[in-house]
Design a protein around this ligand. Structure first.
Ligand SMILES: Cc1cc2nc3c(=O)[nH]c(=O)nc-3n(C[C@H](O)[C@H](O)[C@H](O)COP(=O)(O)OP(=O)(O)OC[C@H]3O[C@@H](n4cnc5c(N)ncnc54)[C@H](O)[C@@H]3O)c2cc1C
Length: 444
């Protein structure tokens, strides 16, 4: 054996799994990709027999190590496809690994749609639901809030179905289950006939948005805005149902703003800001002005989602809705007072209260405040400063995004935390689905 080869052999094996942001990686002992519920159940049973822990991963769009395992990694790639559409009940059932993109396209082809969704559609249905992925909505909530039924494989390899009528206690928790209760094999969502949304995007000064925040939320079905730190500029987005006709963005205009400005130019600006932080405020001012007003009407997933090719890391907090404006003022003052150079906009969205134990909107009308930095830029000081503000306002961190909280804090901030952990003790007493991250956020 040559010296070169010997040296190479001493290196740790490369990770077999890495998340989208590059902030988590795993070297599982075994990786399986079951294509049926039965094969999934068999994989869990075998892992339990061998004394191995199990984690199902989606597409790795969580920023935390929530999906990491050194035992058996269940990949979603073959557990995909639409299993049933029930028009009378207004539901669609998708295998757990189905990407949201595929679900959206299949639904549109059938003249159906989800009611609300997040910014992108790369995630799997089970991964997105499990961490409480949400968009913005006055009356309509997260993806988990749109779930009507789940099929799950439990730690002993048995298959359990849950809904509001069947195993309702499991359903109340498992819709945002963090992968801690079992491996979801299929998800049934409520759907409705395909509809049109008119999007109105408009730059506004931050002070005007904050002064009018309650009205903007009340008067629009889906209101959100992005604020560019170091400036008073925001881009607001109002999406409301429309009787039509469809008036999609022309291909070139859509490409220019979504692909060229939002991904290409933004990527270059972020790289410059990372290399030379002093340029960040100037770039933010230009970026805040570059995006101009536009209106278009299209089917929901083309209005709600857009490609995100610029890699970033993110922390997002769910606050009681009434605390959002004050928290944003504090965040602005904190950035202005500091020498922080923030190269990514802050995103603000809302959701109505829901009835899921660990949903970030559980039991309270919610506003979400998300802070991001371009990947590779130090984020710790900014995120810590922002987190201090969010925590002072009873904030709940997104389960898939970076944060510094632990089970002790989360037990205080979620009135139904104990209900979730008691169910976890019952369904997974041996912690087959445990990992270090879950130990931190849920306890032993
Ligand atoms: C570019 C980008 C944009 C984003 N936009 C939004 C947004 O608009 N709104 C928002 O709320 N979030 C957003 N997120 C966060 C993202 O939606 C969540 O982190 C989501 O959980 C990722 O889904 P995934 O399929 O990648 O799952 P992963 O990140 O791979 O896994 C997430 C969790 O789900 C569990 N899981 C996966 N499959 C199963 C299964 N079959 N059974 C049980 N548990 C399972 C995993 O174990 C893990 O605990 C975004 C993230 C990125 C990177």
């Amino acid at each position: 054996m040559s010296t070169h080869t010997a040296r190479r052999d001493r290196r740790p094996a490369p990770p077999t799994w890495r998340n989208w942001a590059g902030t988590a990686e795993a070297r599982p002992l075994r990786t399986v990709a079951p294509s049926t519920t039965e094969a999934l159940a068999e994989a869990v049973r075998r892992a339990a027999e061998d004394g191995l822990t199990v984690k199902a991963a989606g597409t790795g769009h969580s920023f935390t190590p929530v999906a990491v395992t050194d035992g058996v990694l269940i990949r979603p790639d073959l557990l995909t496809g639409i299993r049933r559409i029930d028009r009378a009940a207004g539901t669609v059932t998708a295998a757990a690994g189905t990407p949201l993109k595929r679900l959206n396209e299949a639904l549109a082809a059938e003249g159906l749609s989800l009611t609300n969704m997040g910014d992108i559609m790369e995630q799997t249905v089970s991964g997105a639901v499990s961490t409480g992925t949400h968009g913005t909505g006055r009356d309509s909530g997260s993806l988990a809030a749109q779930v009507r039924e789940l099929e799950m494989v439990l730690a002993d390899g048995s298959v359990l179905r849950c809904s509001a009528e069947e195993n309702a206690d499991v359903f109340a928790a498992a819709r945002v289950g963090l992968g801690a209760l079992g491996v979801i094999s299929e998800v049934t969502f409520a759907v409705e006939p395909l509809f049109l949304l008119t999007a109105r995007e408009e730059p506004m000064p931050l002070d005007a948005v904050l002064a009018d925040f309650d009205h903007l939320v009340r008067d629009n079905e889906h209101f959100e805005f992005y604020w560019f730190p170091h400036t008073d500029r925001c881009v607001t987005k109002r999406n409301n149902r429309s009787a039509g006709p469809a008036d999609p963005l022309p291909r070139l205009a859509g490409w220019l703003t979504d692909e060229f400005l939002s991904n290409g130019v933004f990527q270059a600006a972020c790289s410059l800001g990372r290399a030379v932080p002093a340029t960040v405020p100037g770039i933010a001012r230009i970026a805040g002005r570059a995006l101009s007003a536009r209106t278009y009407t299209d089917i929901p997933y083309r209005v709600f989602t857009s490609p995100r090719r610029v890699r970033f890391v993110e922390m997002e907090y769910a606050l009681p809705r009434a605390a959002a404006v004050e928290a944003l003022r504090e965040l602005r003052a904190t950035v202005e007072r500091s020498d922080l150079r923030v190269n990514f906009p802050v995103e603000v969205r809302v959701a109505p209260a829901d009835d899921i134990a660990l949903s970030t909107a559980s039991g309270r009308d919610t506003a979400y405040i998300a802070v991001h930095v371009y990947r590779g830029t130090p984020h710790e000081r900014y995120f810590t400063a922002a987190e201090r503000i969010m925590v002072a306002h009873q904030g709940r961190p997104h389960w898939g995004k970076l944060h510094g909280r632990d089970a002790e804090y989360l037990a205080e901030i979620y009135p139904r935390f104990g209900e979730f952990t008691a169910l976890r003790d019952r369904l997974d007493p041996g912690r087959t689905f445990g990992n270090d991250h879950l130990r931190r956020v849920l306890g032993d």
